[in-house]
Ligand binder design. Structure first.
Ligand SMILES: [Zn+2]
Length: 211
């Protein structure tokens, strides 16, 4: 089976080829790194987000919905976000983020996807990766601490508030980066298959999160 890409009419036709090329490259690289061959279907629309360059989400296993901001289509320098975003969604597709029962679990799932995206391509701009040290990761954990053990659906605030959502991504990324550092022999394929609970126990045992 092959990957399939579908385009909503909001995407200009002359951009379809470049989107297929960049997104397909991200999926291919993720597939090699993660040692999995599952094909995907991706649906692309033009997003109106002023801040986010791409807005990917997994509909069901194998189905991705990808919003692309007009800025990405206008600029060569932003086009590579499409490859990074593809790799990110592919990690979700492998792990099934719907299995995240708490906000902390959701942070871990975002962390795995963002860490692998960053290793294969580059860090997403909101991560401020150059300045994101472990102290800052703990600050992020403290700021959303009251919500960490709640169901994600109980804490819509985290998802709807950009500042909180970014803290959640930074926390998740920080957990996985630290895990990878402590387990330097693990490949990306292995990191992508570490169970969620193991990452959570690691984050608590290592003091990143206070239980
Ligand atoms: Zn994600």
């Amino acid at each position: 089976m092959k990957d399939r890409f579908y385009f909503y009419p909001s995407i200009p036709r002359r951009k379809i080829e470049i989107i297929e090329d960049r997104f397909g490259d991200g999926i291919d690289r993720a597939r090699v790194a993660l040692k999995t061959g599952v094909p995907i279907k991706a649906y692309f629309y033009l997003s109106q987000s002023k801040k986010k360059l791409t807005d990917g989400r997994l509909w069901h296993k194998g189905k991705m919905l990808v919003g692309i901001s007009p800025r990405v289509l206008k600029s060569r320098t932003y086009l590579h976000r499409l490859s990074a975003s593809a790799a990110h969604e592919y990690v979700h597709q492998l792990r099934d983020p719907k299995a995240a029962k708490t906000v902390l679990a959701a942070a871990v799932e975002e962390g795995v996807a963002t860490y692998i995206e960053t290793q294969l391509f580059e860090a997403p701009e909101y991560l401020d990766i150059k300045t994101l040290n472990e102290g800052m990761v703990r600050v992020c954990a403290d700021k959303i601490r009251a919500a960490l053990f709640d169901k994600p659906s109980n804490r819509r605030m985290i998802w709807s508030n950009e500042a909180y959502r970014e803290m959640l991504y930074r926390l998740g990324f920080g957990i996985i980066r630290r895990y990878a550092k402590d387990h330097p022999k693990l490949s990306l394929a292995a990191l992508a298959r570490v169970p969620q609970q193991k990452y959570i126990r690691f984050a608590i045992a290592g003091g990143i999160i206070k239980p």
